[in-house]
Design a protein around this ligand. Structure first.
Ligand SMILES: Cc1cc2nc3c(=O)[nH]c(=O)nc-3n(C[C@H](O)[C@H](O)[C@H](O)COP(=O)(O)OP(=O)(O)OC[C@H]3O[C@@H](n4cnc5c(N)ncnc54)[C@H](O)[C@@H]3O)c2cc1C
Length: 419
């Protein structure tokens, strides 16, 4: 009888069988990827969605999470200890794909990207080895995992540094689209002056016809600031005073003090599973008036209530990490932009794509060449991934060659092994 295989032997044989059969492999964490990269046709899906353990160390202020966790799972466990891990803005997003792509959200300006708070990751490599990557062990792999996406292996556990965040003063303010030019220009100039504990992101959208909003504004095209102040309502109101003093009366001002996980879950009901999504991103360094005009013209023609454009700040603490410290290289941008065509009706798919592409083509000339990999569509060309990583790309291809020379993990924003 054959002796049982070690993980390495089993992994090796498994990997060889997959390579020889030319099977594509997708790795699924939270399954939330807009381009659908957590799955593939005619291939094998390594589905990690049931690996959902979260363990908090309140003394060390760390959080260990398995890759099937959503942000909501992590928020729920960490909040009980007065802690939070900086991540994204919708609680149903998977922590794994979000982390490996970088991770920006309500706490980025004060605490950095999710990867800036990653201490170590356990990884099953293409050859079946199981390793821990950190600053001390497999430091090159750890560098690449922080922004390089799912290119280097299957991560089975993440260890994060947590920050002491419990209550926040947060929520949306909506203005009619007629004020969009004034609000967007003000926002551009206000952001560098705003305290880092305040993280306001900007949106051009339509008010969804949903019970969460007053019926009289359903379907209205708007511009929005969705802000989070880390602290009490009194402090947050002070930080937001310049906004309220300078801008016209809003259609809706729903900022209030609330627990951080409640803020994270605020938009969950609007974005259930199964929607049609088409999205395109860009990193944005500056917003000249002409770019603002192009944004407003295209956003005003969005084909559905859920379609949107968001600009997420990536300044503050994100800028204090050097471009070469992690694979995530666009540290000098001011915003990460996403244009998302979203609708429940599959018959709208073509209209969503046409609108998203047309909008992106109009504003891209004002933006940086690359985009946040987690906001790229499935129609991005290889040159775009390269443009995103810039000077870090060559090092990424070298790490890929060392850890995944046959590109076994190829269903992602793919980095090819160096020749
Ligand atoms: C509604 C919505 C809101 C969003 N908001 C934000 C936001 O605020 N901030 C932000 O930064 N991003 C945001 N995103 C983007 C999000 O980060 C990506 O969609 C991300 O890919 C989701 O991760 P996932 O684990 O759910 O994805 P999946 O679909 O499971 O996987 C996505 C990619 O990651 C790889 N991957 C997943 N798990 C592993 C693993 N364990 N090991 C190796 N590779 C793995 C997959 O191979 C695939 O390429 C949002 C997305 C949506 C749909």
């Amino acid at each position: 009888m054959d002796r049982p295989l070690t993980i390495e032997q089993g992994g090796n044989r498994f990997g060889r069988a997959l390579r020889e059969n030319r099977l594509r492999i997708a790795v699924r964490g939270g399954g939330h990827n807009g381009a659908g990269l957590g799955s593939c046709d005619d291939g094998l899906v390594i589905d990690l969605t049931r690996m959902k353990s979260v363990r908090i160390d309140p003394v060390a202020r760390t959080v260990r999470a398995e890759p099937g966790c959503t942000q909501g799972d992590v928020d729920h466990a960490a909040h009980a200890f007065g802690l939070a891990v900086p991540s994204g803005i919708v609680s149903t997003t998977g922590i794994a794909g979000l982390t490996l792509g970088g991770g920006h959200g309500h706490l980025s300006r004060a605490h950095g990207l999710t990867i800036d708070n990653l201490i170590e990751a356990d990884v099953v490599l293409a050859d079946g080895r199981f390793v821990t990557a950190s600053e001390r062990e497999h430091a090159d792999l750890f560098w690449a995992l922080r922004g390089g996406g799912g290119n280097f292996g299957v991560v089975t556990s993440f260890l994060y540094r947590a920050c002491a965040v419990t209550q926040v003063y947060a929520g949306p303010i909506f203005w009619s689209i007629e004020h969009a030019r004034e609000v967007m220009r003000f926002y551009r100039d206000f952001l560098p002056r705003a305290p880092e504990k305040l993280c306001p992101f900007f949106g051009l959208k339509t008010v969804p016809s949903a019970a969460a909003f007053p019926e009289e504004i359903w379907g209205k095209r708007i511009c929005a600031l969705i802000s989070c102040y880390e602290g009490s309502a009194a402090e947050g109101e002070k930080a937001m005073q310049p906004v309220r003093d300078a801008l016209p009366p809003p259609l809706l001002d729903a900022m209030s003090e609330l627990p951080f996980p409640s803020l994270q879950a605020l938009f969950d009901d609007l974005l259930p599973k199964g929607l049609q999504w088409y999205w395109k991103g860009d990193f944005v360094k500056a917003l000249p008036d002409a770019a603002i005009d192009a944004h407003i013209a295209h956003a005003s023609r969005s084909p559905s209530e859920l379609s949107l454009m968001h600009l997420y700040p990536i300044d503050g603490a994100v800028h204090r990490v050097r471009t070469t410290d992690t694979a995530w290289s666009c540290r000098d941008a001011t915003w990460s932009m996403v244009i998302a065509g979203i609708d429940p009706d599959p018959r709208k798919a073509e209209a969503l794509v046409a609108w998203g592409r047309g909008y992106w083509e109009a504003v891209h000339p004002y933006n940086l060449p690359g985009a946040y990999v987690n906001f790229m569509g499935d129609d991005e060309v290889e040159g775009r991934v390269q443009a995103t990583y810039g000077a870090n790309y060559a090092r990424l291809t070298a790490v890929k060659k060392e850890y995944d020379p046959h590109n076994l993990f190829g269903v992602n924003q793919n980095i090819r092994p160096a020749a």
